[in-house]
Design a protein around this ligand. Sequence first.
Ligand SMILES: [Fe+2]
Length: 258
Amino acid sequence: MFRPEDDQAMLDRPTRWQSYVVPQGWEIFTAEDHSVWDLLFARQVELLGSRVVSPFLDGIDLLRLSHPGIPELSELNAILEPRTGWRTVAVPGLVPDAIFFAMLAERVFPVGNFIRTREQLDYLEAPDCFHDLFGHIPMLAHHDFAEMVEHVGRLGQAAIGAGEGHRVAELYWHSVEFGLAMEAGELKILGAGLASSFGESHFSLESKEVGRLPFSVELAVHTPYRHDAFQPRYLVSRSLESTVDAILGLTPSRLLDL
Ligand SMILES: [Fe+2]
């Protein structure tokens, strides 16, 4: 039903996402908002230590995310865009999957234009700017990972076009959001959902009650995920590079055949 020669057309599907973008409104963040960011940032850096893949820590330094206060997207983009071609835009909350993947396909990362309150430090209904910026943006300064996430966006558009969007949602979830990876013989956090989570970062590495299975695109695509609780299982990449290679090597036709 699906021919490999259709792959290129499937990967090149422009979708209009621009109407979802809103101003960041950085000037209307309050002193309290900035202090919540500072608290979350300090707490999470301390908690992660070296439990996260090293390009994540390099990205934090490179993008000067340790600068106090919520980052201003235009300032962040001035560093990020010349480096990997990625840029951030503000959105008011979760965007539909088709819009999200269309943004990724153009190296645009949506960032919530709000931050949780002090009373909600560890519980979030929708990803806020701490999750989006602290969790995701450091890895988008890494050239190979940046290329991989763009490809996930293009695969997402292709899969949604074929009525199989859940396949890419699962792939994305088990790599970019909740993936673990080996690095120099140690188990590390790779995914943004883990890197930005107070409770699940340690749980994912240390709990004896969860499954940790070797990452493959086949397994990722067929492993359901939870978005209302900690994951019952995590997929562990042999290395960051091996996951990048596996995802970059995935064509729409193979994804739909898995
Ligand atoms: Fe996320």
